[in-house]
Structures are given as C-alpha cells and as structure tokens.
Design a protein around this ligand. Structure first.
Ligand SMILES: CC(C)(COP(=O)(O)OP(=O)(O)OC[C@H]1O[C@@H](n2cnc3c(N)ncnc32)[C@H](O)[C@@H]1OP(=O)(O)O)[C@@H](O)C(=O)NCCC(=O)NCCS
Length: 209
C-alpha cells in the first residue's frame, strides 16, 4: 500500500525546486548524472572554458594541464556530478562534493561544496539554475544541510543565481562565499529526484543521440 504523503506545495518554501521549464525546451538536451565513463566529456567541457571562466570555476588561474589533473582526480564515487547533455555532448558540469570527499577535515558531515560551469554558447537559457536546483534536491535527500559555493565578486551571474536560491553571501577580499541552508528531504524532494533521474532513462530518449 502506498504511504500517505503530504501533497507537494511548490508555491511555498520549496518553490525554487520547481523544474526550470525553459531549460528543458530543446528536445535534444537532457540533464543527467555523470559517471566515470563521462570523464572525457567533462574534460572537453572544462578545456573549452575561457581563462576568466576557469578563474571563476576553480578560484585560480588554471592551465589545461591543471584541468587534466583535476579530471583525473575526480571522485566519481563520493561526489554527485550533473550535466546538461546535448546530443551526447556534455555542455556543462555541476559538482557537489560532500565534506569528506572535499577533504575538509573540520567541516561537518552535513556540509558540501558546490561548483558549476556551463559552455559559453549554452548560457542564459536556465541551465545553471536547473543544475543548482537538481543539486539542492540531491543534497536534501542525503541529509546535507549546508551547501557552500565560492564565487567572485565580479561574477554577477553566479551571484544572481545564488540569490535566486536564497543563499546568504559573505564577502572577503573580493571572494564571496554563497551559503545555502537546506531543510531536510521530504516526499516531494524524493519524487523530484526520481523524476529528474528518470528523464535521462525513458522520457527523452531522442536526447541520447
Ligand atoms: C555561472 C554560470 C554557471 C551560469 O550559467 P547559465 O546557464 O548562464 O545560468 P542561467 O541561465 O541559469 O542564469 C543564471 C541567472 O543569471 C541570469 N542571467 C543569465 N544570463 C543573463 C544575462 N545575459 N543578463 C542578465 N542576467 C542573466 C538569469 O536570469 C538567472 O537569474 P535568475 O535565477 O534570477 O533568473 C555560467 O555563467 C558559467 O559557466 N560561468 C563560468 C564558471 C563560473 O563562473 N562558475 C561559478 C563559480 S562555481
């Protein structure tokens, strides 16, 4: 028998979890979890980022060799990696690294770090927002209560995105830490994650080719 669950209220505090409709408009783009077999796709996406984007994404000037090393060290088991995938091509990456994976010994288990980037030609279509939305749902379903995202003061788009999801911003010498406090998961967040995951499996098979 199905358990009785509260009816989803997407007009209340969970409003930002509502799927981004315009992000899903292109039938050949899906959002899906990435796996170790996507390593080369992630690498290609990151190598296409401009020097400025790399500074914003990694917090420092990053060479091609640095990006390769970063991809070699990705923790595919411990982190959650999501991407918009257009006709099989990875055109953005969002990464959620729980405290243990991120290597911060002092951070509590319920803490995680988020970083993301989207291919320049794919920007301003809601991809960034959709990636953060999905990561927040995944985090809530794994009892993560704090998400931290390092931004730069000049990076207006990511700051706007952070504010959209109710981040608290703290500024230190031009660096901004956006911090999201998350409520626990609930039946709605479980359903939303299942729904999001199922998109890649059977809702939009045309996006795989
Ligand atoms: C930051 C980044 C991921 C945003 O990706 P995106 O797909 O363009 O983001 P979205 O389309 O979801 O837009 C995000 C917000 O900026 C707004 N926005 C997007 N393009 C805009 C534009 N040209 N002018 C004004 N606002 C714009 C959107 O309306 C949205 O705001 P909202 O949530 O209040 O509606 C992308 O710019 C990027 O990859 N930058 C380089 C790497 C980086 O800076 N990473 C962040 C540090 S971890």
């Amino acid at each position: 028998m199905l358990p009785i669950v509260p009816s989803p209220d997407l007009s209340g505090p969970d409003a930002p979890l509502r799927p981004v409709r315009h992000a899903a408009r292109d039938p050949h783009t899906i959002f899906r979890r990435l796996h170790v077999s996507d390593r080369d796709g992630v690498l290609d996406h990151l190598l296409c980022l401009s020097p400025q984007d790399r500074r914003w994404r990694f917090g420092a000037t990053t060479s091609d060799a640095g990006i390769r090393t970063y991809c070699d060290r990705l923790d595919w088991e411990g982190a959650i990696m999501l991407a918009p995938v257009h006709r099989g091509r990875v055109c953005g990456v969002a990464e959620l690294r729980p405290a243990a994976t991120a290597g911060f010994a002092v951070a509590p288990e319920s803490w995680a770090e988020v970083a993301l980037s989207v291919d320049a030609p794919c920007r301003s279509q809601g991809y960034g927002r959709e990636l953060v939305r999905r990561l927040m749902i995944s985090a809530r379903n794994r009892s993560i209560t704090t998400l931290a995202m390092n931004c730069h003061l000049d990076n207006g788009l990511i700051l706007r995105l952070a504010r959209h999801f109710g981040a608290r911003l703290s500024i230190d010498h031009g660096d901004v830490e956006a911090r999201f406090r998350l409520p626990g998961g609930n039946p709605l967040t479980f359903i939303l994650e299942l729904w999001d995951e199922s998109e890649a499996m059977w809702i939009r098979p045309e996006a795989l080719s």
